[in-house]
Each structure stands twice: as structure tokens, then as C-alpha cells.
Design a protein around this ligand. Sequence first.
Ligand code: GDP
Ligand code: CA
Length: 307
Amino acid sequence: MRIVVLSGGVGGARFVQGVVDATSPAEVTVVGNVGDDVEVLGLHVSPDLDSILYALARANDEVRGWGRAGESWRALETVASLGGESWFRLGDLDLGLHLVRTQALRAGEPLSRVTARLAAAFDVATTLLPATDDRLRTFIGTAAGEFPFQEWFVARGHRDEVDALRFEGAETAAPAPGVADAIAAADLILLAPSNPYVSIAPILAVGAIREALAARRVPCVAVSPLIGGRAVKGPADRMLARLAGGTSPRHVASCYAGLVDALVVDEADAHDLGGLGDVRPIVARTLMIDDAARRRLAESTLGAVPA
Ligand code: GDP
Ligand code: CA
């Protein structure tokens, strides 16, 4: 079985762990969002790719929910004490990776190749690909103005309601090497329970990726990031309410119109399955509190697909 998972950061990474657990690392290719990428302190940070990498390497901090286990913050403390840019939380261990990636990118290595090298160094057997090697950046339109993604999300704590999204560079971005082939060769395509607007949409904004999904001959299944109409964490519910008109399964499905055959929804949303059209609902317990829960969700998702 060849499986491609489109994924954002933390929510996606948890799900990817379950999928790898339920299948095998070598069967899975993850296509990660790069719309969140940001240059801080001269470094190129790819938060979503790194969340996936750390989760697959089991180097992630389960309690904090993001970043690396055993992290320390001395470098950032120094930055702050020197009056430097310290709004973006970069731990010491994390910084080491950003240094290596940034140097490689400056030397002309594409992001996909650096990512593969980092994954190999972490002994991750799953293929991890950025959606694109080209520059693609998410911008958030609000009543207070338009902000680069991380400025809205981190610096402003995503408090501004979102009126519009813009994926700068998407019109000309090409899928990273391996992405189109992986989708074409897949037996199954999955959209992780990531934020549809700021994690999955920037991947789908790469025209050739959206076209490959629309032209698929294999099932594509999305997993809802909402439980009882509420995001487990972050602004997905507020964004759906404002931009899609509600937080029911049909509103989640509307983000993926024409691209998915089934939507995995939580038991807490099973009473509200109207309006899904030809998207088949799959009801499961979707809260990924531990390894067992992650694996169970992956098995429910995989099990619902005709062999
Ligand atoms: P980010 O890039 O780090 O913001 O992470 P993602 O976009 O991949 O994931 C964020 C989404 O994951 C949020 O909308 C959460 O509601 C969702 N999420 C996080 N944990 C869970 C979970 O255990 N179950 C489900 N169904 N969704 C989750
Ligand atoms: Ca993200």
C-alpha cells in the first residue's frame, strides 16, 4: 500500500505518526505545508516540516505539543537580553537544525533535498517532502491589515478574525521533486486533521498538486480537525465559522470540494452529517491523546477504504 498524507504541523504530525504505526514507515510519503515558513534571526524555519520530522523521529515534546523533547532556551534568552528578535520561540536543539538547513539553502540546496537529509539523519524512514521547493508564503487578511502568517499566528496570537488568505508565490510554485510522482503512484491519499485554511490550503494552492488530487483514480480521505465543532487547538473552528459559514462536517468538507471521497468525523459530530453530498462520512474517535489513539484513528481511516 502506498499512502500519501498532506499535512500541516502539530495536528498533522500526530496523525502521520498513527498512519506510520498502522502501516509501515516506508509505505508513507508525507507532503508538508511550507506556507508557514519564516525567516527569523537570519534562519530559515520550516515549522510544519519540523513538527512532522520530530514526531516521526519521536524527538517531539508530547507535553508542550510542539518542538523537541528536552528542549532548552538559552540561545533565545541571550537573544532577548541583547534586544534581538525573540518573539518566535526557537529552542536550542531546534536552532541546531535551523542552522544546518539555512546553510544548505544558502549554498543552493533545494528545501526538499535538505529535508530528506535531515530526515535520514534522524533515522526517519518515511519520505518527507515539502509541498514545493519554491518560495510560497501564507498571508492573512484581517480588519487590522494583512500579516505574514507567523506574525498573525505567533506575534498576534491569531486574535484577529480572518477575512482572506493569500498564498504568495503559489501561482508559479511547482511541486517539489517526488510530490507529483508520489500522488500518481499512491493507492490512497489522506488529508491530515490539520487546519484546512492555513495548513492544507497552501499545499493545494500549488496548482499541479491540486490538479493531481482532482485527477486521482484512488480514494482520498480527509480527517476533520474539529471535535464537536471545536478545534482541539488553534483557530480552525473560528476560521470555518467565518469563512465557510459553520463548523459542521459539511463545512469542513466544503474546503475540499471535488478533492475528497470521504471525511472522517468525530463521534461528537455524528449527529450532524447532512449536506455532505457525495462525500462519505466515516465516524470515529478522533482525539489523538496517545500512540494507541493515533493508531486507532489511522486504522479507522484506512479501514474505511475499500481494498
Ligand atoms: P499546525 O500547523 O501546528 O497548526 O498544525 P495542523 O494544522 O497540522 O493541526 C492543527 C489542527 O489539528 C487544529 O485545527 C486541531 O483542531 C487539530 N488537531 C490537533 N489534535 C487533534 C486531535 O487529536 N484530533 C483531531 N481530530 N484534530 C486535532
Ligand atoms: Ca502550521
